[in-house]
Design a protein around this ligand. Structure first.
Ligand SMILES: O=C(O)CCC(=O)C(=O)O
Length: 239
Protein backbone atom coordinates (compact mmCIF):
# COMPACT_ATOMS: atom_id res chain seq x y z
CA UNK A 1 0.00 0.00 0.00
CA UNK A 2 1.27 3.47 -0.83
CA UNK A 3 2.07 5.78 2.07
CA UNK A 4 0.63 9.27 2.50
CA UNK A 5 4.09 10.67 1.70
CA UNK A 6 4.13 8.83 -1.62
CA UNK A 7 0.67 10.13 -2.51
CA UNK A 8 1.80 13.65 -1.63
CA UNK A 9 4.91 13.20 -3.78
CA UNK A 10 2.69 12.16 -6.68
CA UNK A 11 0.46 15.21 -6.27
CA UNK A 12 3.46 17.52 -6.20
CA UNK A 13 5.57 15.93 -8.93
CA UNK A 14 3.07 14.40 -11.35
CA UNK A 15 4.67 10.97 -11.22
CA UNK A 16 5.69 8.48 -8.62
CA UNK A 17 8.88 6.55 -8.28
CA UNK A 18 7.58 3.01 -8.40
CA UNK A 19 7.99 -0.38 -6.89
CA UNK A 20 7.77 -3.88 -8.30
CA UNK A 21 4.14 -4.74 -8.86
CA UNK A 22 3.90 -8.22 -10.36
CA UNK A 23 5.66 -11.48 -9.64
CA UNK A 24 7.90 -13.03 -12.29
CA UNK A 25 5.19 -15.63 -12.94
CA UNK A 26 2.54 -12.96 -13.49
CA UNK A 27 4.81 -11.11 -15.90
CA UNK A 28 5.62 -14.33 -17.76
CA UNK A 29 1.90 -15.02 -18.26
CA UNK A 30 1.27 -11.51 -19.61
CA UNK A 31 4.29 -11.75 -21.88
CA UNK A 32 3.03 -15.03 -23.31
CA UNK A 33 -0.40 -13.52 -23.95
CA UNK A 34 1.17 -10.41 -25.46
CA UNK A 35 2.95 -12.55 -28.06
CA UNK A 36 -0.31 -14.44 -28.70
CA UNK A 37 -2.02 -11.12 -29.48
CA UNK A 38 0.87 -9.88 -31.59
CA UNK A 39 1.05 -13.09 -33.61
CA UNK A 40 -2.74 -13.37 -34.04
CA UNK A 41 -3.01 -16.50 -31.86
CA UNK A 42 -5.64 -15.09 -29.50
CA UNK A 43 -9.24 -16.25 -29.82
CA UNK A 44 -10.54 -12.67 -29.76
CA UNK A 45 -9.09 -9.68 -31.58
CA UNK A 46 -8.14 -6.51 -29.73
CA UNK A 47 -9.90 -3.27 -30.59
CA UNK A 48 -6.90 -2.14 -32.63
CA UNK A 49 -3.44 -3.36 -33.48
CA UNK A 50 -1.34 -1.13 -35.70
CA UNK A 51 2.05 0.36 -36.32
CA UNK A 52 1.67 3.95 -35.16
CA UNK A 53 4.26 5.04 -37.73
CA UNK A 54 3.02 3.00 -40.69
CA UNK A 55 6.67 2.69 -41.64
CA UNK A 56 8.79 -0.47 -41.67
CA UNK A 57 11.88 1.39 -40.55
CA UNK A 58 10.25 2.93 -37.48
CA UNK A 59 7.91 0.62 -35.64
CA UNK A 60 5.68 1.16 -32.63
CA UNK A 61 3.02 -1.54 -32.47
CA UNK A 62 0.05 -0.33 -30.46
CA UNK A 63 -2.51 -2.86 -29.22
CA UNK A 64 -5.59 -1.15 -27.80
CA UNK A 65 -7.75 -2.72 -25.12
CA UNK A 66 -5.91 -5.98 -24.72
CA UNK A 67 -8.14 -6.56 -21.69
CA UNK A 68 -11.14 -7.12 -23.97
CA UNK A 69 -9.29 -9.65 -26.10
CA UNK A 70 -7.46 -11.68 -23.51
CA UNK A 71 -8.36 -13.07 -20.08
CA UNK A 72 -4.89 -12.57 -18.64
CA UNK A 73 -4.92 -8.87 -19.46
CA UNK A 74 -8.50 -8.71 -18.15
CA UNK A 75 -7.38 -10.20 -14.81
CA UNK A 76 -4.47 -7.79 -14.65
CA UNK A 77 -6.87 -4.85 -14.78
CA UNK A 78 -8.43 -6.08 -11.54
CA UNK A 79 -5.13 -6.88 -9.86
CA UNK A 80 -5.58 -5.66 -6.27
CA UNK A 81 -2.11 -4.14 -6.11
CA UNK A 82 -2.75 -2.12 -9.25
CA UNK A 83 -6.27 -0.97 -8.43
CA UNK A 84 -5.47 -0.13 -4.80
CA UNK A 85 -2.47 1.94 -5.77
CA UNK A 86 -4.31 3.83 -8.51
CA UNK A 87 -7.34 4.41 -6.26
CA UNK A 88 -5.10 5.79 -3.56
CA UNK A 89 -3.32 8.11 -5.98
CA UNK A 90 -6.69 9.38 -7.19
CA UNK A 91 -8.07 9.58 -3.65
CA UNK A 92 -11.13 7.60 -4.58
CA UNK A 93 -12.84 4.28 -4.05
CA UNK A 94 -14.06 4.23 -7.66
CA UNK A 95 -11.59 3.46 -10.43
CA UNK A 96 -12.96 3.66 -13.95
CA UNK A 97 -10.93 2.17 -16.78
CA UNK A 98 -10.48 4.47 -19.74
CA UNK A 99 -8.46 1.95 -21.74
CA UNK A 100 -5.29 -0.07 -21.76
CA UNK A 101 -2.71 -0.22 -24.49
CA UNK A 102 0.41 -2.18 -25.23
CA UNK A 103 3.25 -0.44 -26.99
CA UNK A 104 5.83 -2.70 -28.55
CA UNK A 105 9.10 -1.37 -29.96
CA UNK A 106 11.16 -4.04 -31.72
CA UNK A 107 14.96 -4.15 -31.61
CA UNK A 108 16.86 -1.61 -33.76
CA UNK A 109 13.81 -0.03 -35.35
CA UNK A 110 11.60 0.88 -32.41
CA UNK A 111 10.13 4.33 -33.06
CA UNK A 112 10.10 7.24 -30.63
CA UNK A 113 7.23 8.51 -28.54
CA UNK A 114 8.04 12.19 -28.57
CA UNK A 115 7.35 14.60 -25.73
CA UNK A 116 3.66 14.96 -25.13
CA UNK A 117 0.88 15.22 -22.60
CA UNK A 118 -1.63 12.38 -22.51
CA UNK A 119 -4.70 14.51 -21.81
CA UNK A 120 -5.04 16.25 -25.22
CA UNK A 121 -5.43 12.86 -26.89
CA UNK A 122 -8.75 12.45 -25.09
CA UNK A 123 -10.29 15.92 -24.69
CA UNK A 124 -13.67 14.31 -23.99
CA UNK A 125 -12.31 13.54 -20.53
CA UNK A 126 -12.97 16.58 -18.39
CA UNK A 127 -11.60 17.53 -15.97
CA UNK A 128 -8.10 16.19 -16.66
CA UNK A 129 -7.81 13.55 -13.96
CA UNK A 130 -6.42 10.52 -15.74
CA UNK A 131 -3.76 8.50 -14.00
CA UNK A 132 -1.72 5.96 -15.93
CA UNK A 133 0.43 3.07 -14.78
CA UNK A 134 3.04 1.94 -17.28
CA UNK A 135 3.91 -1.69 -16.66
CA UNK A 136 7.21 -2.82 -18.17
CA UNK A 137 6.84 -6.25 -19.74
CA UNK A 138 10.47 -6.19 -20.79
CA UNK A 139 13.44 -4.51 -19.17
CA UNK A 140 13.38 -0.90 -20.35
CA UNK A 141 16.36 1.42 -20.26
CA UNK A 142 17.47 4.56 -22.03
CA UNK A 143 18.74 2.53 -24.96
CA UNK A 144 15.52 0.68 -25.74
CA UNK A 145 13.22 3.55 -24.81
CA UNK A 146 12.19 3.74 -21.16
CA UNK A 147 9.72 6.40 -20.10
CA UNK A 148 10.92 9.89 -19.28
CA UNK A 149 8.93 12.56 -17.52
CA UNK A 150 9.51 16.19 -16.67
CA UNK A 151 8.95 16.40 -12.92
CA UNK A 152 6.20 18.87 -11.90
CA UNK A 153 5.26 19.54 -15.55
CA UNK A 154 1.65 18.53 -14.75
CA UNK A 155 1.43 21.94 -13.08
CA UNK A 156 2.09 23.79 -16.34
CA UNK A 157 -1.50 23.25 -17.44
CA UNK A 158 -2.85 21.99 -20.72
CA UNK A 159 -0.80 22.11 -23.88
CA UNK A 160 -3.22 23.87 -26.21
CA UNK A 161 -1.39 23.63 -29.51
CA UNK A 162 -2.20 20.02 -30.24
CA UNK A 163 -1.43 16.64 -28.89
CA UNK A 164 2.33 16.83 -28.78
CA UNK A 165 4.90 19.36 -27.73
CA UNK A 166 7.84 18.79 -30.02
CA UNK A 167 9.62 22.05 -29.41
CA UNK A 168 11.30 22.57 -26.08
CA UNK A 169 10.02 26.15 -25.85
CA UNK A 170 6.45 24.83 -25.97
CA UNK A 171 6.78 22.78 -22.86
CA UNK A 172 5.77 25.52 -20.52
CA UNK A 173 6.94 28.53 -18.60
CA UNK A 174 8.54 26.60 -15.80
CA UNK A 175 10.50 24.19 -17.95
CA UNK A 176 12.69 22.10 -15.73
CA UNK A 177 15.47 20.43 -17.72
CA UNK A 178 16.21 17.90 -15.03
CA UNK A 179 14.42 15.06 -16.77
CA UNK A 180 14.12 11.86 -14.88
CA UNK A 181 14.85 8.66 -16.77
CA UNK A 182 13.88 5.50 -15.03
CA UNK A 183 15.57 2.27 -15.77
CA UNK A 184 12.68 -0.13 -15.90
CA UNK A 185 12.54 -3.84 -15.81
CA UNK A 186 9.82 -6.32 -16.43
CA UNK A 187 7.43 -7.04 -13.58
CA UNK A 188 7.44 -3.57 -12.19
CA UNK A 189 4.74 -0.99 -12.41
CA UNK A 190 4.69 2.00 -10.04
CA UNK A 191 8.37 2.75 -10.45
CA UNK A 192 11.07 4.14 -8.21
CA UNK A 193 13.46 6.89 -9.16
CA UNK A 194 16.97 5.67 -9.82
CA UNK A 195 16.14 2.02 -9.27
CA UNK A 196 15.94 -0.50 -12.02
CA UNK A 197 12.58 -2.14 -12.34
CA UNK A 198 10.56 0.96 -11.76
CA UNK A 199 7.80 2.42 -13.84
CA UNK A 200 6.00 5.67 -13.19
CA UNK A 201 2.33 6.20 -12.64
CA UNK A 202 1.66 9.54 -14.28
CA UNK A 203 -0.85 12.35 -14.26
CA UNK A 204 -2.30 13.00 -17.69
CA UNK A 205 -0.91 16.53 -17.78
CA UNK A 206 2.70 15.51 -17.14
CA UNK A 207 5.04 15.82 -20.12
CA UNK A 208 6.43 12.40 -20.98
CA UNK A 209 8.31 10.64 -23.74
CA UNK A 210 9.96 7.33 -24.62
CA UNK A 211 12.56 7.50 -27.36
CA UNK A 212 14.71 4.43 -28.04
CA UNK A 213 18.20 4.62 -29.46
CA UNK A 214 18.94 1.87 -31.99
CA UNK A 215 18.48 -0.86 -29.40
CA UNK A 216 19.48 -4.50 -29.24
CA UNK A 217 16.47 -5.41 -27.14
CA UNK A 218 12.76 -4.96 -27.71
CA UNK A 219 10.77 -2.80 -25.34
CA UNK A 220 7.17 -3.30 -24.47
CA UNK A 221 4.78 -2.21 -21.83
CA UNK A 222 1.15 -2.40 -20.89
CA UNK A 223 -0.13 1.03 -19.96
CA UNK A 224 -3.33 1.25 -17.92
CA UNK A 225 -5.27 4.52 -17.92
CA UNK A 226 -7.85 5.16 -15.24
CA UNK A 227 -9.90 7.99 -13.84
CA UNK A 228 -12.46 8.48 -11.15
CA UNK A 229 -15.01 10.78 -12.84
CA UNK A 230 -17.69 9.17 -15.03
CA UNK A 231 -17.66 10.12 -18.70
CA UNK A 232 -20.11 12.93 -19.33
CA UNK A 233 -21.67 14.17 -22.53
CA UNK A 234 -21.49 17.85 -23.42
CA UNK A 235 -24.93 18.22 -21.85
CA UNK A 236 -23.37 17.08 -18.62
CA UNK A 237 -25.19 13.80 -18.06
CA UNK A 238 -23.34 10.60 -17.24
CA UNK A 239 -22.59 8.63 -20.38
O1 LIG B 1 5.51 3.49 -24.05
C1 LIG B 1 5.67 4.43 -24.80
O2 LIG B 1 6.56 4.48 -25.63
C2 LIG B 1 4.75 5.60 -24.71
C3 LIG B 1 3.74 5.50 -23.62
C4 LIG B 1 3.11 6.81 -23.35
O3 LIG B 1 3.38 7.77 -23.98
C5 LIG B 1 2.12 6.92 -22.31
O4 LIG B 1 1.78 5.92 -21.65
O5 LIG B 1 1.66 8.04 -22.11
Amino acid sequence: MLSEQEVQFFQENGYLPARPLLTAEEVARLRERFYALLEGRSSKKPEAMRNLYGDEERVVIQIVNAWEADDEFYRYLFHPKLTEAVAKLMNTDTVRVWHDQIQYKPPYKGGPTIWHQDHPYWPVLQPPDLVSAWLALEDADVENGCMHVVPRSHRWGKYDEGTVGIREEDWGPAHDPSFVAWRDRRGSALSGEGRRGHVPPLFDLARNSAEPQPARTPRFCSAFYARTHPLRTHAGSPD
